[in-house]
Design a protein around this ligand. Structure first.
Ligand code: SF4
Ligand code: SF4
Length: 98
C-alpha cells in the first residue's frame, strides 16, 4: 500500500499550499486585518505578486500568524491530493483548484 506522505518535503520550508487562494470564514476567522483583502464583499487572505499568502514569511516559508491562521489552513491535509498538486506545481501556483 502506497504511503501518501512519500515524496513530500517537510512542511517547514515548503509553503506551497500557502500560494492557494484562502477565503476567510465570517464569522469565525480572526486574522490580523493587514493581511486581509475584500473583493465583492468576500474576505480573503491577501497575496503577493507570486501568489504567496501575505502572511507567509518569505525567508522561512512558515506562517507568520500560525496561532491565528484561518480555519481552512488548519483543515488543510498534508498528503491529500491538493497538497501533492501544490508540491508538484512549479511555483506552488495552481491555475485551477477544483
Ligand atoms: S503543500 Fe503539503 S507538504 Fe507543502 S507545506 Fe503544504 S501541507 Fe506541507
Ligand atoms: S494564513 Fe498562514 S497557513 Fe494560511 S495560507 Fe497564509 S501563511 Fe499559509
Amino acid at each position: 500500500m502506497s504511503n501518501p506522505f512519500n515524496d513530500l518535503p517537510a512542511c517547514a520550508g515548503c509553503g506551497k499550499c500557502c500560494h492557494l487562494v484562502v477565503e476567510l470564514a465570517s464569522p469565525g476567522d480572526d486574522v490580523p486585518e493587514e493581511y486581509v483583502i475584500e473583493r465583492f464583499g468576500v474576505r480573503f487572505m491577501d497575496q503577493r505578486g507570486n501568489g504567496a499568502c501575505a502572511a507567509l514569511d518569505a525567508a522561512t516559508q512558515l506562517c507568520a500568524i500560525y496561532e491565528r491562521r484561518p480555519q481552512v489552513c488548519r483543515d488543510f491535509a498534508r498528503g491529500a491530493a491538493l497538497c501533492h498538486r501544490a508540491v508538484r506545481s512549479r511555483a506552488g501556483i495552481l491555475a485551477a483548484v477544483t
